[in-house]
Design a protein around this ligand. Structure first.
Ligand code: TYC
Length: 104
Protein backbone atom coordinates (compact mmCIF):
# COMPACT_ATOMS: atom_id res chain seq x y z
CA UNK A 1 0.00 0.00 0.00
CA UNK A 2 1.45 3.44 -0.88
CA UNK A 3 0.23 6.78 0.53
CA UNK A 4 -0.22 10.03 -1.30
CA UNK A 5 -1.86 13.27 -0.08
CA UNK A 6 -3.81 15.66 -2.26
CA UNK A 7 -4.89 19.30 -1.87
CA UNK A 8 -7.82 18.82 0.51
CA UNK A 9 -5.88 16.86 3.15
CA UNK A 10 -7.53 13.55 2.31
CA UNK A 11 -5.15 10.65 2.08
CA UNK A 12 -5.33 8.51 -1.02
CA UNK A 13 -4.46 4.88 -0.55
CA UNK A 14 -3.46 3.01 -3.62
CA UNK A 15 -2.96 -0.74 -3.76
CA UNK A 16 0.44 -1.65 -5.18
CA UNK A 17 1.21 -5.08 -6.69
CA UNK A 18 2.82 -7.63 -4.35
CA UNK A 19 6.55 -7.63 -5.16
CA UNK A 20 7.23 -11.35 -4.60
CA UNK A 21 7.01 -13.56 -7.66
CA UNK A 22 6.85 -17.34 -7.46
CA UNK A 23 10.24 -18.83 -8.38
CA UNK A 24 10.43 -20.72 -11.71
CA UNK A 25 10.26 -24.50 -11.32
CA UNK A 26 12.33 -27.17 -13.06
CA UNK A 27 11.58 -30.81 -13.85
CA UNK A 28 14.34 -33.30 -13.14
CA UNK A 29 14.17 -35.85 -15.95
CA UNK A 30 15.72 -39.32 -16.06
CA UNK A 31 16.79 -40.70 -19.45
CA UNK A 32 16.65 -44.39 -20.40
CA UNK A 33 19.69 -46.37 -21.47
CA UNK A 34 20.32 -50.06 -22.15
CA UNK A 35 22.94 -50.72 -19.45
CA UNK A 36 22.03 -49.18 -16.07
CA UNK A 37 20.42 -51.90 -13.90
CA UNK A 38 16.75 -51.34 -13.04
CA UNK A 39 17.52 -51.86 -9.33
CA UNK A 40 20.13 -49.07 -9.41
CA UNK A 41 17.58 -46.63 -10.92
CA UNK A 42 14.96 -47.59 -8.31
CA UNK A 43 17.55 -47.01 -5.55
CA UNK A 44 18.30 -43.53 -6.92
CA UNK A 45 14.60 -42.65 -7.05
CA UNK A 46 14.25 -43.72 -3.40
CA UNK A 47 17.43 -42.17 -2.02
CA UNK A 48 17.69 -38.88 -3.97
CA UNK A 49 14.01 -38.20 -4.74
CA UNK A 50 12.42 -39.75 -1.61
CA UNK A 51 9.93 -41.87 -3.57
CA UNK A 52 8.70 -45.06 -1.90
CA UNK A 53 9.60 -48.38 -3.56
CA UNK A 54 6.26 -48.56 -5.39
CA UNK A 55 6.47 -45.04 -6.89
CA UNK A 56 10.18 -45.50 -7.67
CA UNK A 57 9.45 -48.74 -9.56
CA UNK A 58 6.61 -47.08 -11.54
CA UNK A 59 8.83 -44.15 -12.55
CA UNK A 60 11.74 -46.44 -13.50
CA UNK A 61 9.42 -48.59 -15.67
CA UNK A 62 7.93 -45.47 -17.30
CA UNK A 63 11.44 -44.29 -18.24
CA UNK A 64 12.43 -47.81 -19.39
CA UNK A 65 9.40 -48.05 -21.71
CA UNK A 66 9.02 -44.46 -22.93
CA UNK A 67 12.62 -43.19 -22.96
CA UNK A 68 12.40 -40.48 -20.31
CA UNK A 69 10.39 -39.47 -17.27
CA UNK A 70 10.06 -36.88 -14.51
CA UNK A 71 11.55 -37.74 -11.09
CA UNK A 72 10.35 -34.54 -9.42
CA UNK A 73 9.80 -30.77 -9.80
CA UNK A 74 11.94 -28.34 -7.80
CA UNK A 75 13.29 -24.80 -7.64
CA UNK A 76 16.42 -24.21 -9.74
CA UNK A 77 19.08 -24.78 -7.05
CA UNK A 78 17.48 -27.97 -5.78
CA UNK A 79 16.95 -29.35 -9.31
CA UNK A 80 20.62 -28.59 -10.17
CA UNK A 81 21.81 -30.33 -7.01
CA UNK A 82 19.69 -33.45 -7.69
CA UNK A 83 20.97 -33.69 -11.29
CA UNK A 84 24.59 -33.50 -10.05
CA UNK A 85 23.92 -36.10 -7.33
CA UNK A 86 22.37 -38.55 -9.83
CA UNK A 87 25.11 -38.09 -12.42
CA UNK A 88 27.93 -38.36 -9.82
CA UNK A 89 26.42 -41.45 -8.21
CA UNK A 90 25.92 -43.11 -11.62
CA UNK A 91 29.52 -42.35 -12.67
CA UNK A 92 30.95 -43.59 -9.33
CA UNK A 93 29.19 -46.88 -10.01
CA UNK A 94 30.26 -46.94 -13.69
CA UNK A 95 26.72 -46.71 -15.07
CA UNK A 96 25.85 -44.50 -18.07
CA UNK A 97 22.57 -43.25 -16.48
CA UNK A 98 21.78 -39.66 -17.48
CA UNK A 99 19.70 -37.06 -15.71
CA UNK A 100 18.73 -33.58 -16.97
CA UNK A 101 16.58 -30.63 -15.97
CA UNK A 102 14.01 -28.68 -18.01
CA UNK A 103 11.92 -25.65 -17.10
CA UNK A 104 8.49 -26.82 -15.91
N1 TYC B 1 16.65 -49.78 -19.53
C1 TYC B 1 17.39 -50.22 -18.34
C2 TYC B 1 17.48 -51.72 -18.32
O1 TYC B 1 16.77 -52.40 -19.06
C3 TYC B 1 16.75 -49.69 -17.05
C4 TYC B 1 16.75 -48.20 -16.97
C5 TYC B 1 15.61 -47.54 -16.56
C6 TYC B 1 17.89 -47.48 -17.25
C7 TYC B 1 15.58 -46.16 -16.46
C8 TYC B 1 17.90 -46.07 -17.15
O2 TYC B 1 16.73 -44.06 -16.61
C9 TYC B 1 16.75 -45.42 -16.74
N2 TYC B 1 18.34 -52.26 -17.47
Amino acid sequence: MSQQSDDDDTVLLEQTKPKLKKPPLFKVVLINDDYTPMEFVVNILESIFNHDREQATQIMLHVHKLGKGVCGIFTKDIAETKVIQVNNFARENKHPLMCEMEEA
